[in-house]
Design a protein around this ligand. Structure first.
Ligand code: NDP
Length: 243
């Protein structure tokens, strides 16, 4: 049985990924930071569907917590095959100059260094077995850049570059590194947006609607599977087609 660790799997896109991968037969390691009850709920749902899951508390921005989590996951399931770096935070919309350096640093600590910490912790294990998949979650803003989302966009752009560079470094070891760039997806991250805001945003999407977490999870399931064996260093947009 293969094992997948999904960071930030207590809610939103991460939750959908955990449930989707369990349906493909993965044992699922559900990482969370604060939402223990929600993480337990994901585990319960997976178990009710006949899957295997465990919850792991760790702040991905804290290297020591990440190293411990990785050891605990490997000990719990006997190995790890897929790492999905999904945990991320956004800021309220605002001009770049409205945010101070500490606020920007917090975003980078979770989105960029959190992704790097988890990759660094899993790579020695993947290298030793000469296989493994790392899937990072960027954002459409990491490709296009979003006005009033400058710091978040910069953090997500860094993930695209990190994916490309790391994929080249790890390919000789049989490890694939890819990235997903979701568009606007209905989760808690966007709960501050009004229906009118979403409607306006949807006018710039060729499919004319906001996406669902489950639709992102489908692409993750593909990248985690052997069906994606010749895809490496790519960023795949799951955004309904931006106009
Ligand atoms: P949510 O806010 O709904 O969920 C975020 C998840 O990340 C939670 O499970 C949260 O855990 C976890 N998390 C946050 N910080 C940390 C941390 N330091 N350590 C561990 N876990 C953490 O977000 P989404 O599901 O919407 O977003 C998931 C990913 O997708 C993010 O990287 C986001 O940037 C990206 N994305 C989202 C889009 C969208 O429109 N929703 C669009 C493009 C990209 P807990 O609650 O336990 O703290």
């Amino acid at each position: 049985m293969k094992t997948a660790l999904i960071t930030g799997a207590s809610r939103g896109i991460g939750r959908a990924i955990a449930i989707r991968l369990s349906q493909d037969g993965y044992s699922v390691a559900i990482n969370y930071k604060k939402s223990k009850d929600a993480a337990q709920d994901v585990k319960k749902q997976i178990e009710e569907l006949g899957g295997k899951a465990e919850i792991f508390c760790a702040d991905v921005s804290d290297n020591k917590q990440v190293e411990k989590m990785m050891k605990d996951v490997i000990a719990c399931f006997g190995g790890i095959d897929v790492l999905v770096n999904n945990a991320g935070i956004a800021l309220p919309q605002g001009l770049f100059t409205d945010f101070d350096d500490l606020t920007a640093k917090n975003v980078f600590d979770t989105n960029v260094f959190g992704t790097m910490n988890c990759a660094r912790a899993v790579i020695p294990y993947f290298v030793s077995k000469k296989s493994g998949k790392i899937i990072n979650i960027s954002s459409i803003w990491g490709i296009c850049g979003g006005s009033c989302e400058v710091i978040y966009s910069a953090s997500k752009g860094a993930i695209v570059a990190f994916t490309k560079a790391l994929s080249k470094e790890l390919a000789p070891s049989g490890i694939c590194v890819n990235c997903i760039a979701p568009g606007l997806i209905e989760t808690d991250m966007n709960k501050n947006l009004s229906d009118d805001d979403k409607k306006e945003f949807a006018e710039g999407i060729s499919l004319g609607r906001v996406g669902k977490a489950e639709e992102v999870a489908e692409t993750i399931a593909f990248l985690a599977s052997d069906a994606s064996s010749y895809i490496n260093g790519q960023t795949i947009s799951v955004d309904g087609g931006m106009i």
